[in-house]
Design a protein around this ligand. Structure first.
Ligand SMILES: C[S@@+](CC[C@H](N)C(=O)[O-])C[C@H]1O[C@@H](n2cnc3c(N)ncnc32)[C@H](O)[C@@H]1O
Length: 274
C-alpha cells in the first residue's frame, strides 16, 4: 500500500475538527501520516475513509484514536544532564528571588517528567515550595500520569537515567513493587494538579516561573510551533524559564528576541521581555 495521500489527511483533519473540535491541521505532516498509518494497521482498516466512518459511528473510539495518534514516549530523568542543570542552576536561581515556585509541565504524557521533577525538588529540600500543574491533550494519558504506576521493566532505563543524573539516593526509594508494576509513592505527587489542556486550541490559563514543554512541539509544523511559543511566552512571568526538547529550538520563531538562551545544549531559555 502506498503513502496516505495529503488530500485524505486533510479530509480526516477537517472531519476531526468539525466533529470533535481537535485541530491536527498543523501537526507535522510526515509524523502525522505515520501515526495515521499506524492506526489503520492496528485496527486493520484499509483506508482513511474507513477510519472516518468508524469515528463517525462510534464516538467513544475517538479517545482511543487520540491516544494512538499522539506520541507518548517518555522516561524519568530523560536527558539526565538537563536535570542536573535544573538542579544546580535554574531552581536555585528562581528561589533566589521567590519563596514559591510554580511549574507547568505542558505535554506531560504518562507523568515520568513530573515524577523526576518532584524527586529532584524533594532531594533539594524545596518540594513544599512548589506548585505543579501538569497538562496533556490526551485524557487517557493524564489518567496514567495520575495513577503513577509503571511496568517494572520500564524502571531499568529510569534507574539508569537517575544514576546519570547523580541523584542523592537510588530510584527504588520512591516506589514499591507490586507484581510486575512499580507504584510511585503518592506523597511525592501531593503538590501536583492535573488537567486536560490542548496547546493548539487552549488558552493561556496561568503564569509560571518555569514551563517545560519538551518533545511536544517536535510533532507540530513551524506555524503551529510559532503559535504555541506565543502561548508559552505569555504563560511565563518575566524572567521565567522555558525548557523545550533537546532536538527543538526557538531561535527562529518571531518572538525569539523576547528570550535569552540560558543553556543551548539543554534548550533552556529565559523570558526577558513581555
Ligand atoms: C513525546 S511526549 C513528551 C513527554 C515529556 N514531555 C517528555 O519530554 O518526555 C508528547 C506529549 O505531548 C502531548 N501532546 C500532543 N499534542 C498536544 C497538544 N495539542 N496539547 C497538549 N499536549 C499535546 C502528547 O499527548 C504526548 O503526551
Amino acid at each position: 500500500m502506498g503513502d496516505i495521500e495529503i488530500t485524505e489527511l486533510r479530509k480526516l483533519t477537517e472531519f476531526i475538527k468539525q466533529e470533535f473540535d481537535y485541530d491536527f491541521k498543523n501537526y507535522a505532516m510526515s509524523s502525522f501520516r505515520r501515526r495515521i498509518q499506524r492506526v489503520l494497521d492496528l485496527y486493520k482498516m484499509d483506508s482513511v475513509d474507513e477510519l472516518i466512518r468508524l469515528l463517525a459511528k462510534q464516538e467513544f473510539f475517538f479517545e482511543e484514536f487520540i491516544s494512538e495518534v499522539t506520541v507518548n514516549v517518555t522516561e524519568m530523568f530523560r536527558d539526565p544532564t538537563f536535570w542536573r542543570v535544573l538542579r544546580e542552576h535554574i531552581i536555585p536561581n528562581i528561589l533566589l528571588n521567590h519563596n514559591k515556585i510554580s511549574i507547568w509541565h505542558a505535554g506531560c504524557s504518562s507523568g515520568e517528567e513530573i515524577i523526576s521533577m518532584m524527586i529532584m525538588l524533594d532531594e533539594m529540600g524545596v518540594a513544599d515550595k512548589a506548585k505543579i500543574v501538569a497538562t496533556d491533550v490526551d485524557k487517557a494519558i493524564i489518567e496514567r500520569a495520575k495513577k503513577a504506576t509503571y511496568p517494572l521493566k520500564n524502571m531499568e532505563v529510569n534507574r539508569k537515567n537517575y544514576l546519570r543524573y547523580q541523584g542523592k539516593y537510588t530510584l527504588e526509594r520512591y516506589y514499591k513493587e507490586s507484581g510486575s508494576e512499580a507504584i510511585i509513592n503518592p506523597s511525592l505527587l501531593e503538590n501536583v494538579s492535573y488537567r486536560k489542556h490542548d496547546l493548539v486550541q487552549g488558552s493561556v490559563f496561568s503564569k509560571f516561573d518555569l514551563v517545560l514543554c519538551r518533545n511536544v512541539m517536535i510533532y507540530f509544523n513551524q506555524t503551529l510551533q510559532n503559535d504555541v511559543l506565543h502561548k508559552l511566552h505569555e504563560s511565563l512571568f518575566k524572567y521565567g524559564y522555558l525548557v523545550i526538547g533537546s532536538k527543538e529550538s526557538l531561535i527562529w520563531c518571531d518572538i525569539a528576541h523576547k528570550f535569552i538562551v540560558v543553556n543551548n545544549e539543554e534548550k533552556i531559555y529565559k523570558k526577558i521581555k513581555d
